[in-house]
Design a protein around this ligand. Sequence first.
Ligand code: ADQ
Length: 462
Amino acid sequence: MNPVPITRPIVVAANRLPVMRTADGWAPSPGGLVRALLPMLRDTGGTWVGWTGNPDDEAEPFVVEGVELHPVPISEEEIELYYEGFSNDGLWPLYHDALRESTYSADQWDAYVAVNERFATTLAEIAPPDAMVWIHDYQLQLVPKMLRERRDDVTIGFFLHIPFPPYELFSRLPWRTEIVEGLLGCDLLGFQRPMGTSNFIAAAQQLLHVDAHHDVIENADHRTRVGAFPISIDVDDVEAMAAGRATRQRMSQIRARLGDPEVILLGVDRLDYTKGIGLRLKAFAALLESGQLDPERHVMVQVATPTREAVEHYQDERHQIERLVGEINGRYSRIGLPVIHYLYQSLPFDELIALYRAGDVMLVTPFRDGMNLVAKEYAAAHIDGDGVLVLSEFAGAADELTDAVLVNPHDDEALQQAIMTAVEMHRHERRKRMEGLRNQIRKSDVQGWADRFLGVMDASAN
Ligand code: ADQ
């Protein structure tokens, strides 16, 4: 990988700091994004600004792996209103076109503004002169404008990890204009897919009558460059872990524990209603019912990571999925051999990689997803060159991973068909497609993504 060309100090802002608590203090959280960004921050003398995850945490700045982390306190009430309320119960379904009755409230919005102000004030205080400030995700969309008003020397970038919806949907939001104005405080505004970029430009034109030329939006003397920057994974790391002896042994053990079935179908998702877990289980059940799949030969593993457990829609989704798993297992399992193995757990990354390797068919079927890193991790882990990925057209990853079996998960027959295509696919075809997937993923890993974003940001300074 090329060395990072950026020498200006980089400051990252995200809702959460990139650390988790361990027995002896703090350790970096797992995940490619953190691994890609921390060394850059260390090398440029940068800082990461975010919440520790504990309510009312007034912790002083601290250093992890040579990087200064600057906590922003968030109160118990703000967690409920800004985080669980406006961000996760308001923006999240809207941006994922998970339509339902709107429950926006001014209290939630006020908390969102207040927390965004706190981030902007902190950034304005600590960013070194001429720094590059890179803000992440939907919880902080007002920060770019608020920061620009306080500091005009810094370059501001923003990356949205989730989709940006079409204007017809976005315009439901009572504070749609404020959000677009907030984001237009950036020098560079990045989305996962070209569709997110065009949706945002349309919203800015409708609401603020801005001029947009190609990838530049002009709004009252300020220019914002916009574009797609599809995020990726740490490919070398996944490949190395997949190749390890411990992973191979664990993979064989997993297959044996599942009763050495002919085909293992795998799902790995945060337990989120956008991930399409329920429809996937129903499609699996329908194929068992019609006899196209056979519980003696075909077994499914569904890992569902606990997430946002305080939000009611997530509790409902969990109950629905667990009832479905129970129904399907009750009908098709045999003593000692469930047809669906369901884990409501967060797993260590090496266990996840062993599961990916054991999975013959990976089912990634979200109704809408910014990118979906699980799809990329699965292909990167299949160093044996085998395995089939069934991938929703509505995941950002579908733009790049065209060698997957692409499917519209809203169409139950198409979903069943896609599963059967994957299960029955001839070995030559499987290998050809997996080679295509792996070549594609190797072309762009998370380090390349971060380098590209920061390079364009550097060149976009107003
Ligand atoms: P997420 O919605 O969280 O991310 P995703 O991209 O699939 O979705 O990332 C999930 C990550 O969690 C993967 O790296 C995976 O390895 C890990 N993971 C999943 N289940 C796990 C488990 N049980 N135990 C441990 N780890 C687990 C948001 C957007 C996505 C976008 C990413 C990055 O919603 O669309 O791809 O940000 O931009």
